[in-house]
Each structure stands twice: as structure tokens, then as C-alpha cells.
Design a protein around this ligand. Structure first.
Ligand SMILES: Cc1cc2nc3c(=O)[nH]c(=O)nc-3n(C[C@H](O)[C@H](O)[C@H](O)COP(=O)(O)O)c2cc1C
Length: 195
């Protein structure tokens, strides 16, 4: 049977509606990215775990693999807070730490793992990696939550609302950045030149 990729993608798209900001620090450099792959990874309420899947193309991927620590932040949809959320999303998701410092543009404090905590986030969990799965173009990380705070009483920002607020120029830049990322994923999955 031929795979119906349209059907598959209708099943899979939008499964995780909350964009998260992942930060880490490695070798004295702090960095981070946006992700739509975050999840909870424990059924034990008193021992929470978080999971996230990062693409090997991204600098944060290699940093997290090395440091073994990360902070995962939710963004706020609150009227007074959503502009700061959009600033975080556009800063971390719009360019690479390979091209310069992104974290220095955001308000932060140092977390217990050394990861930068984004003070304008809605909330965060900080994690130490306890396992990871290499899936060719990605690594899926699972971490024990070792610290957590909630800064805001507002709703958490969903990706649909965030996309509707993103400026057209930013989306254009994001789409352009996505091209080499997708090619890198195909190279990892199928071998270079076999996509
Ligand atoms: C809404 C959104 C969701 C994203 N989801 C992921 C993801 O799940 N995994 C990933 O590796 N990159 C994801 N990205 C892409 C990275 O955030 C982006 O490539 C970033 O610039 C990488 O920065 P870095 O090279 O400094 O790590 C997402 C970007 C956006 C805007």
C-alpha cells in the first residue's frame, strides 16, 4: 500500500499546540531555540519529566547533547505579556546562535543547571537529561525536572495565535532558514544526494 502522506500529516499536524523556548549553556555560551515538540514524559506526579525533539542542524542540539541540561519555557498569551512572548519566539526561532548571541537580547537569570531562565516567559521547567534517542535527523531528549516556576496567571500562548501575530518579513526569513534545515534532515535520513 502506498503511504498517503496527506492523511498522515492531517493526523500528525498540530498535535502539540504550545511553542516552547528551550535554552541551555555549554562552554560558557548560552543559546536557545523555539520548539513545537515539547511534551511531558512521566506518569509520576512527584517526579516530573519533560521531552523535546531537536534537529541536528540547530546549534542548540549539539549544545544540549554536550551540556545535558536545558530549560523549557512556556510563553504567555496575556494581553500585557504577549508582546514579550512574540519577542522571545522571534529572537530564538528566527536565527541561529551560530550567527551570534541571541540570549543577550532577552531578560534572563541563571537557573540551577546554569541554563538561562527567560524572565518574560509564562513559566518554565529546568531539566537534567536522563536519556536521549538518536533518530537520524533529530535527537529526542528526556530530562528529569529539577526546578520550576510559574511567573504568570495568564493563558499559555498557542502557535495559532502566535503565527497570526508574526510580521510577514519574519515569516519570510523563517521560511528561508527552513530550506537548509529541511535539506540537512533529508541528508541525515536518506543519505546526501538521495532526498
Ligand atoms: C514555532 C517553531 C517551532 C519549532 N520547532 C522546532 C523543533 O521542534 N525542533 C527543532 O530542532 N527546531 C525547531 N524550530 C526551529 C528552531 O527554533 C530554529 O531553527 C532556530 O533558529 C535554531 O537556533 P539554533 O541554531 O541557535 O539552535 C522551530 C521554530 C519555530 C519558530
Amino acid at each position: 500500500m502506498t503511504l498517503d502522506t496527506d492523511a498522515a500529516n492531517r493526523v500528525l499536524n498540530g498535535l502539540r499546540p504550545f511553542p516552547v523556548a528551550i535554552t541551555t549553556t555549554d562552554g560558557g555560551f548560552a543559546n536557545g531555540l523555539m520548539s513545537l515538540s515539547a511534551g511531558s514524559a512521566s506518569i509520576i506526579p512527584e517526579a516530573p519529566r519533560a521531552t523535546v525533539s531537536l534537529t541536528k542542524y540547530n546549534k542548540t542540539h549539539d549544545m544540549l547533547l554536550n551540556s545535558g541540561v536545558f530549560a523549557m519555557h512556556m510563553l504567555s498569551a496575556g494581553d500585557d505579556e504577549v508582546d514579550a512572548s512574540m519577542e522571545i519566539l522571534m529572537t530564538l526561532g528566527g536565527s541561529s546562535g551560530r550567527d551570534g548571541d541571541k540570549i543577550g537580547k532577552l531578560r534572563t537569570k541563571e537557573g540551577v543547571t546554569g541554563s538561562p531562565i527567560l524572565l518574560d516567559a509564562h513559566s518554565y521547567v529546568e531539566c537534567r537529561v536522563i536519556g536521549s534517542l538518536d533518530t537520524q535527523e533529530n535527537t529526542i531528549f528526556v530530562g528529569d525536572v529539577v526546578a520550576s516556576e510559574v511567573f504568570s496567571d495568564a493563558q499559555r500562548l498557542k502557535i495559532g495565535e502566535a503565527w497570526s501575530k508574526l510580521p510577514a518579513e519574519w515569516i519570510e526569513q523563517y521560511d528561508a532558514n527552513h530550506v537548509p534545515q529541511l535539506q540537512s534532515a533529508k541528508d541525515h535520513r536518506f543519505g546526501e544526494g538521495n532526498a
